[in-house]
Design a protein around this ligand. Structure first.
Ligand SMILES: Cc1ncc(COP(=O)(O)O)c(C=O)c1O
Length: 305
């Protein structure tokens, strides 16, 4: 049960039910929280956190973009993530790191610059009753009428809570139409990404994904590109026209929780063979890496001692 989990807050472990903030706190009222969602896996050497240093680097980049001062070092936070997994006696699951302004604040600028840092670890099967295998089940997607946040309006590279209303409205829109995931275009009309996922298409055997600038610098996206190159799959990052969604042999979404999520229907177009060969190859390699079976990528795993 999720309620039994212990939460790391500013260096101490506290019970789940005590991990609360006031409704008038700045981060609740204005969405000024930054966060990371990080996966960890069961390996022969114990639980291993996937690309922990890259996630913590991105957290620091989010803080920098929003002029926030993190009160812990990168090493402290890596230790704290590993410590939270250990304290909760978990072998696989997710960690969420949330940094927020707890002070009561009536203004747009927080009343105090003191950030709090919290870390949650859970196993979605044990704690949330999650079932099934997203890779084999796949998903359905629809191109939302909502456009991805324009990078000239807010720093979209920051993983900030307030940016997520964008993905929420897109997802709500497509779910009302009977689809599971949204694919959003950027304000210039090129493919951007999902609400909380990166987007990939395969055309003539080549793996294509939108270049960064209008999309989040996703850790899974970056990992997939590296793994695909290793597997000899040609990869191109560039602006992608939405027509590609009609022509592509394969379409898949990616993110920390499920890595590769094949799209089996996009709008009224069915892709009955999803997952296709490229998605399969990448998923196979990623599965081997997160299980700790690929020496070349051993440094992607942070072993929880
Ligand atoms: C907008 C957006 N794109 C892509 C992703 C995938 O990022 P990552 O692979 O780092 O989980 C996320 C994750 O939440 C996201 O919010």
């Amino acid at each position: 049960m999720v309620e039994d989990r212990m939460v790391w807050l500013n260096g101490d472990f506290i019970p789940w039910e005590n991990a609360t903030v006031h409704i008038m706190s700045h981060s609740f009222g204005r969405g000024s929280a930054i966060f990371e969602v990080i996966s960890f896996y069961d390996t022969a050497r114990g639980p291993a956190v996937f690309r922990l240093e890259a996630h913590i680097d991105r957290l620091f980049r989010s803080a920098e973009l929003l002029d926030m001062a993190l009160p812990f070092s990168k090493d402290d936070l890596c230790d704290a993530v590993a410590g939270t997994v250990k304290r909760n006696e978990l072998n696989k699951g997710f960690v969420k790191v949330v940094c927020f302004y707890p002070e009561i604040s009536f203004e747009i600028i927080p009343s105090s610059s003191q950030l709090s840092v919290s870390i949650f670890a859970l196993d979605p099967e044990q704690d949330l009753g999650a079932k099934g295998d997203p890779f084999t089940e796949g998903t359905t997607a629809y191109v939302s009428d909502w456009r991805k946040l324009d990078p000239r309006t807010v720093p979209i590279e920051a993983k900030a809570a307030a940016n997520y209303l964008n993905g929420m409205v897109a997802r709500l829109e497509v779910q009302k139409k009977g689809f599971e995931h949204a694919i959003m275009l950027d304000t210039q009309g090129f493919i951007a990404e999902g609400g909380t996922e990166s987007a990939f298409v395969v055309k003539d055997g080549c793996l294509l994904t939108p270049s960064t600038g209008t999309v989040l610098k996703s850790i899974t996206r970056m990992s997939i590109l590296e793994v695909a190159q290793e597997a000899g799959i040609e990869c191109i990052e560039k602006q992608l026209k939405p027509e590609l969604l009609v022509e592509a042999e394969e379409i898949f979404l990616s993110s920390t929780p499920f890595k590769v999520l094949p799209v089996k229907q996009i709008n009224d177009r069915k892709l009955p063979d999803a997952p296709g060969p490229v998605a399969r190859k990448i998923a196979e390699l990623l599965n081997a890496i997160v299980a700790g079976n690929v020496d070349r990528f051993a440094n992607w795993l942070y072993i929880v001692e």
